[in-house]
Design a protein around this ligand. Structure first.
Ligand code: 3H9
Length: 693
């Protein structure tokens, strides 16, 4: 008998139970166990129906993703599912939890599917850069028709049990899974077994319709291969018999599994889980916290409060005046209202959530908070004033977090008793939607405080990444190098449109200059003016952004920045004024504009990010390359299918990245210095991934 698959019996019904924590992934041992179960049950004349169920929180959540990097695949899942489907006895899949990927495919091989009402059902393979490889693309369309199959397979987004029922993917939804499954099995026992029609599925779509649908999928995929190939496989279900479609599906699966995209997406999956377990957290125990206070109810503060409330925390926003407090409440209510609109929460849930919010202008209201997040204006003096007040108003054991994108949290350690309770949190705007949080530790921060930050972030359904202290922490420091290189490229002859276009073709949602215009050029301008005195005189300084601001244009909001914008539109159009200004600046500096290949632009912008990240790693600001990758993917739009800059460096070859970086540094040694770690890894064409633990 297998360790992970057991058989019990109740009269003529056999119950096959998978018990493979944490998510009952259908790895080799489970496949073998099920294979053996079929072998045992098929000839057993006492058994007239079989229930397939799972122990624990969930039915099978998919194939075991760790096996994709090698290891034994036999027995192949598709063959196992075929055997189940060909069984002379009815198999009934009892679904609960998350029925995903190979889990759903296994259920589709059964003859009946019954699901607990809270079950989520889907085929998320495309988000791992593959496609359902065990019949999902062929059996789903035969049950649901074209539209639902295309949706399920190409988006990867799971649906509710009710929706799955409506699609025809399952037969029943129940509130009493065990009892109703047994009743169904008893009725089915000894009856003819219903089987899927192996003929091509039917749809009323013309060839043109299919071609147009493919174009849509391609557009949405933005360079990602798997949704498009998965679409092709679904289409085959309408053109070929089941067996042929299955063969084609297996071929595409094998092809996609080996692509850099799939490797990057699998890396992203595991990296997003590994960031929550940095070594520095091992000695920390999260504290119990239930009451949060947020100082400042602006866009950031109200976003953070919305996330805190949604995570179940009782939350108080402290503002400077009663009016501002009211506005903060309205902001939170607005955020929750849009969540209702998007179908994320019900109106009742919204009301219950808002009931846990207090807004006030009384600073002493922080007195009962377990954790206080300061989210006031990004100015040291403004934040310092808040910490002065916290020194007496907060409980001496309350955790104090400063939300900041650049300010060193140790600025405040001398101001409050017990500075080991201070940490930085860098939320991304809008804070109730963006999932990344950088948790910044000071040399004093107690491991329990860090662990609490991570637990709180998880409850808020965010992904926390640990960062040490440096200018811009992990994400913005790398962004700084990226922006600087983009500025030099512009000055040297590439146009903003070319640079942005190249980066969008690479997979970024927007290019650097569109991003600058969207964020507004004013803050960067003020920062640069403030830092002018301390700037390294050896470092090349591109004045173009400053000149644009001094010409009265500060980005999208004012209708002009690097681009021109028509009223009410975000479409970036060429700005003759800005272009003239750039030409004049090149002439003034004596730069003869040269042309760049898009691939050169991408390689240079990639290399400087990897170089900065390598410095961040060697300084211990980030623990592992995967921490950098997650920050860039979750906070800065780095395409998941490239897995982040470090994964991309491994895919391109670190020797190549080093060589690009070396040329950049050789051409302008005042501005660039090759990181020792990049020298070391690139010098032997090694992999950053080998530093991940
Ligand atoms: C597939 O099925 C291909 C097929 O078409 C067949 C082809 C032949 N494998 O996320 P959590 C681990 S592709 C291995 O924190 P949650 C995860 O790493 C697959 N490990 O929990 C973590 O480990 P650790 C299609 C897996 O409750 C632990 O389990 N399926 C797998 O927040 C807990 O995970 C998917 O893509 C796996 N399949 O969320 C589903 N799944 O503790 C992927 C999880 O060491 N999984 N682990 O960090 C998920 O979406 C979520 O894990 C799930 C649970 C929603 C199930």
């Amino acid at each position: 008998m297998s360790d992970v698959v057991t058989i019990t019996r109740e009269g003529a019904v056999a119950i096959v139970t998978i018990d493979n924590p944490p998510v009952n992934a259908v790895g080799q041992a489970v496949r073998q166990g099920l294979w053996d179960a079929v072998t045992t049950l098929e000839p057993d004349t006492q058994v007239e129906a079989v229930i397939l169920a799972c122990a624990g929180n969930t039915f099978i959540a998919g194939a075991d993703i760790r096996e994709f990097d090698g290891g034994s695949m036999e027995p192949w899942l598709a063959d196992l599912i075929d055997r189940i489907h060909s069984s002379a006895k009815p198999w009934i899949a009892a679904l609960h939890g998350t029925v995903l990927g190979g889990g759903l495919e296994t259920a589709l091989g059964c003859h009946y599917r019954i699901a607990d009402r809270r079950t989520k059902i889907g085929l998320p393979e495309v988000s791992l850069g593959i496609l359902p490889g065990a019949g999902g693309t062929q059996r789903t369309p035969r049950l649901t028709g074209a539209a639902a199959a295309v949706q399920l397979v190409t988006t990867g987004v799971p649906v509710s049990a009710e929706k799955a029922l409506e699609f025809g993917l399952i037969d029943r939804v129940t509130d009493d899974l065990d009892a109703d499954t047994m009743t169904l099995a008893q009725h089915a026992a000894g009856q003819p077994v219903p089987r899927l029609d192996p003929a091509p599925a039917e749809s009323n779509l013309s060839q043109d319709d299919w071609d147009n649908l493919r174009k849509q999928v391609e557009k949405q995929a933005r360079g990602q291969l798997s949704p498009v190939r998965a679409f092709d496989a679904v289409r085959l279900a309408f053109e070929t018999p089941l067996a042929e479609g299955m063969d084609a599906e297996r071929d595409i699966f094998m092809e996609l599994k080996e692509t850099d995209q799939s490797k990057a997406l699998r890396h992203a999956f595991f990296a997003e889980r590994a960031v929550g377990k940095p070594a520095a957290l091992k000695s920390g125990t999260p504290r119990d916290i239930s009451r949060l206070a947020v100082i400042g109810g602006g866009l950031m503060g109200s976003g953070i409060a919305t996330a805190a409330l949604s995570a179940g925390y009782t939350t108080t926003i402290v503002e400077q005046s009663a009016e501002a407090a009211t506005t903060a409440r309205e902001r939170v209510a607005g955020n929750l209202a849009s969540a209702v609109k998007r179908g994320k929460i019900t109106e009742e849930a919204r009301d219950a959530t808002l009931d846990r919010l207090t807004t006030t202008d009384d600073f002493d209201a922080v007195a009962d908070a377990d954790l206080i997040i300061e989210a006031v204006f990004e100015e040291s003096d403004v934040k310092r004033a808040v910490f002065d007040k916290l020194a007496t108003a907060a409980r001496p054991d309350a955790i104090l977090a400063t939300n900041t994108s650049y300010i060193d949290p140790t600025t405040f350690t001398s101001q409050v008793p017990n500075p080991e309770r201070i940490m930085g949190l860098h939320f991304f705007s809008p804070a109730h939607i963006m999932r990344l949080v950088e948790v910044v530790r000071t040399p004093d921060t107690h491991p329990d405080v860090l662990a609490t930050g991570f637990t709180m972030a998880k409850k808020m359904r965010k992904v926390a990444v640990l960062s040490g202290i440096c200018d811009g922490f992990i994400g913005n420091r790398i962004l700084g190098a990226y922006g600087r290189m983009a500025g030099y490229l512009l000055e040297d002859g590439a146009s903003a449109a070319q640079i942005d276009g190249a980066m969008k073709d690479f997979g970024m949602p927007m290019g650097p200059f569109e991003m600058f215009d969207m964020a507004g050029l004013q803050i960067g301008y003020s920062n640069r003016k403030r830092e002018a005195a301390t700037r390294d005189p050896q470092m090349r300084y591109s004045r173009i952004a400053d000149l644009i601001v001094e010409d009265g244009a500060t980005g999208q909001k004012t209708g002009r920045g690097f681009y021109r914008y028509e009223q009410g539109s975000r479409a970036a159009l060429p700005s003759p004024e800005t272009e003239a200004l750039i030409s004049a600046e090149r002439a003034e500096k004596g730069i003869t504009p040269r042309s760049f290949e898009d691939s050169e632009i991408v390689a240079m912008l990639h290399a400087v990010q990897v170089n900065e990240a390598a410095k961040i790693l060697q300084e211990g600001i980030a623990e592992r390359p995967l921490d950098v990758d997650v920050v860039k993917m979750m906070g800065y739009g780095y395409p998941r299918w490239r897995g982040g800059p470090m994964q991309e460096a491994d895919a391109r070859g670190t020797a190549q990245v080093l060589s690009t970086m070396q040329s950049i540094a050789d051409a302008d040694p005042g501005s660039w210095h090759v990181a020792d770690l990049l020298q070391e890894i690139g010098g032997k064409n090694g992999r950053f991934a080998d530093l991940n633990t």
